[in-house]
Design a binder for this molecule. Sequence first.
Ligand SMILES: NC(=O)C1=CN([C@@H]2O[C@H](COP(=O)(O)OP(=O)(O)OC[C@H]3O[C@@H](n4cnc5c(N)ncnc54)[C@H](OP(=O)(O)O)[C@@H]3O)[C@@H](O)[C@H]2O)C=CC1
Ligand SMILES: CC(C)CCC[C@@H](C)[C@H]1CC=C2C3=C(CC[C@@]21C)[C@@]1(C)CC[C@H](O)C(C)(C)[C@@H]1CC3
Length: 584
Amino acid sequence: MPTSRFQIGDTVMGRWPGSNLYYEVKVLSYDNKTLLYTVIYKDGTELELKESDITSLTIFKQGVARSRSRSRSRSPGRPRRSRSRSPARTSRRSSSRTTDVRKEKLKEVLEVRLTPVVRRLEKTETESENQAGGRYNLRRRKDQGDGKTVELEQKTETEVLTQTKPPTAIKTTDLEFGGRVGVFFLMFLLPVAVLALHILCGQKDASLQSFPLEIPSLQSLWDWQVFGIVLLWLLFQAVLSLLPVGKLVEGMPLKNGKTLKYRINGFYALLLTAVAVGVAVYQEVDLSYIHAHFLQFYTSALLIVTLLSVYLFVRSRWASEDELAPGGNSGYIIYDFFMGRELNPCIKNFDIKFFCEMRPGLMGWVLINFAMLQAEMKHQNLENPSPAMLLVNIFQLLWVVDGFWHEEKLLTMMDIVYDGFGFMLTFGDLTFVPFTFTCQAYYLVSHPNELSVFWIITLITMNGVGYYIFRKANSQKFAFRKNPSDPAVSHLKTIPTATGKSLIVSGLWGWVRHPNYLGDIIMGLAWSLPCGFNHLIPYFYLIYLFTLLVHRNARDECQCRKKYGSAWEEYCKAVPYRIFPGIY
Ligand SMILES: NC(=O)C1=CN([C@@H]2O[C@H](COP(=O)(O)OP(=O)(O)OC[C@H]3O[C@@H](n4cnc5c(N)ncnc54)[C@H](OP(=O)(O)O)[C@@H]3O)[C@@H](O)[C@H]2O)C=CC1
Ligand SMILES: CC(C)CCC[C@@H](C)[C@H]1CC=C2C3=C(CC[C@@]21C)[C@@]1(C)CC[C@H](O)C(C)(C)[C@@H]1CC3
């Protein structure tokens, strides 16, 4: 192996593909043609790595030691922000220089990456465990009796430190949604599809055969007063989100080691919004105004989404590389505009993405549903809302309340940790959620549907079952990631992975690989069925959810395969179905 830097049998630190995590590996061979090293991880996983993904133990330890001494002298507050020393930049530049320079740069990379987390080690053990999403053990433990494996036995500093890093913002090469052409069409199709949905839901003949639809006049699409109301709504929700009530929680560590702080007060904001709406209704504000001006509300929201997306794209030009999302950095303007370049665009401490993801959209959804309930009573001259309308309102309210009750969990989700904030998410959060998730209630205003007692009980049971699966699966995974030895989840069987995290392979997560998606889809069905079978249009949410979750499942599995390698394959063998047991 004359040209290789590392020799067969050397113990070195190897980067886990697709991440910033370094683990101890042994060099098994070197291929002069492909310039790849075959290395073996401590759990037996063999992989081929590039030289740039390997570093010697000495250099790695020096990096850790230096970072430790530096961090102690630093203030315990927010870590220093350093544009010029961004890890991504440093590592990119270093690749074109000499080996010595590379070594020096690598030390720097490790130093910068590790520093802030050393600070975390000075906290209590529980804190560091929570932040790291669990503790990590590189050794694959021998199975114990029932084949159950236990995580975390031994925790080295480096393991915890490196594990907490999110993926690097290298140039995005795997384009999703059909690449540039796909997103270009999506960007026009999505708003038009939502508009068509509105027109269909609102007209007497809601059948798909009523195409081509009557195009609404431009005048009927715009109203300055409605635009003002939408702006006020956004402002009101932003103010509520800044209220100093509720706990302050640290988000997942960013690439530069920095963590952002989030005020978890969504549930209080929901209560305050309910009080404000209650007062308005008491003051005889007619909420059916929203129904009467629904299209104008939609176009106002769409204009705000477009302006916000442009603002986000423009400001991302000044973002440092470590502030960029891994998925929206292709260099193609259209694609990056759609996917979003910046991971967590903030104005001071206000994270725009975190705010938009739930607040205005989910609260708006509940408010619009309630407005539709009032509109139904008005239009159909009812003294009380119909059972169908009540079920839709209650089922969806339960889901939204649940979302706000567990708001903190959003911080660990793919949308916050991985996806950029661009047109797709702004449109999804601020228009798609409030203006399509409400389609059942909107439909019921002009398409009454009688429900028998049997049907009502069946729908309540269906929603209950779906909710139980959704909640239990999500809570179990969250509790397990937070602390695998938590008595509530410690009985679960697991598959260890080379990253040190384990995969649950029993209970709901041993039934299908995404039980939470299954629960969500069952609920989605229970939300549409109250509208009867006359038209397909109230099933829009179900169709959307099914498509989104199947696509999301594929995205997530692709990431998990990269992260967990052979352990993920083992999990797929043990749990062959993705979402629907015995079917898919
Ligand atoms: N109604 C709607 O419009 C939408 C609803 N949702 C809902 O949001 C919820 C969250 O969804 P989402 O964030 O997509 O995905 P999940 O909550 O399912 O998270 C997937 C992650 O869980 C971890 N994981 C996967 N399998 C296992 C296992 N066996 N044991 C332990 N950890 C595992 C992996 O991350 P790691 O190992 O890194 O922890 C994986 O990346 C779902 O209930 C979904 O239905 C989502 C999107 C839209
Ligand atoms: C085709 C569209 C442009 C796609 C838009 C997708 C978005 C509407 C959804 C993507 C993931 C979402 C989640 C929630 C709302 C819908 C979007 C934004 C969620 C915040 C709702 C509340 C839940 O409790 C949750 C589990 C936290 C949801 C997380 C994902």
